[in-house]
Design a protein around this ligand. Structure first.
Ligand code: HEM
Length: 191
């Protein structure tokens, strides 16, 4: 999950940086393929992955989101070892937008869809940027409110919690499969 996250951050940033460039068109296409590869790997991983990676563990309905947000307003934020109920919606939307934006880009690269699809691709990418900014606001405000550095946690995999809330180990084999999948997506899309 952590490897996928930082690959997605790299792919997303690189795609934005190269969006207008003819010279770096292939880099742009491969960046989109990285986002697509990570997001499509993350979907099944959300069902079979480790405890805090599962959608059933963190995707909650509007009541849970409201309760979490009101706990923040009361300055008594409920702590979650996995993703919190409000942040979880940004995550789901980012994965969905990541897939749609990259698929639209792939179609354009193959001369499908014309000008309309180009507009859609740009609109999706801009929506994604807006959700990323909301996501970052959530990450940094959550870090301050909980006194817990979430960026470090996303790098190390270590969060505050009880021993029974921990997962036994990282999943190195899944990380290797993810790399193979992302490389395959890059090769397939660029060719
Ligand atoms: C430097 C910028 C970024 C930082 C510091 C950052 C930080 C984080 C952190 C700390 C989490 C875990 C939140 C939690 O504990 O609930 C997280 C989750 C997530 N972030 Fe980011 N993020 C960044 C950029 C992005 C971008 C650009 C995307 C997508 C394009 C993204 C997509 C996600 C997703 C999908 C998750 C959920 C991970 C998963 O469950 O697989 N993030 N991010």
């Amino acid at each position: 999950m952590r490897l996928g996250h930082w690959l997605m951050v790299g792919g997303f940033c690189l795609a934005w940086l190269t969006a207008e460039s003819e010279t770096f068109r292939l880099v742009h296409v491969i960046s989109g393929a990285i986002v697509l590869g990570v997001a499509t790997f993350r979907l099944p991983w959300g069902f079979i992955g480790s405890r805090y990676a599962r959608f059933s563990e963190f995707v909650r309905g509007p009541t849970a989101v409201k309760d979490y947000l009101s706990s923040i307003l009361k300055l008594e934020p409920a702590h979650h070892v996995g993703h919190n109920p409000a942040g979880s919606w940004a995550i789901v939307i980012l994965l969905g937008l990541g897939i749609l934006t990259s698929l639209a880009g792939w179609a354009i690269y193959n001369d499908i869809g014309g000008h309309l699809l180009e507009e859609l691709h740009e609109g999706l990418a801009t929506s994604m940027l807006i959700v990323v900014l909301i996501h970052l606001a959530g990450v940094f405000s959550g870090s301050l409110l909980h006194g817990e550095n979430l960026v470090r946690a996303m790098l190390t995999g270590v969060k505050n919690g009880l021993p029974e809330e921990a997962i036994a180990s990282a999943r190195p084999l899944a990380a290797v499969l993810l790399l193979v999948w992302v490389a395959a997506a890059g090769w397939f899309i660029a060719n």
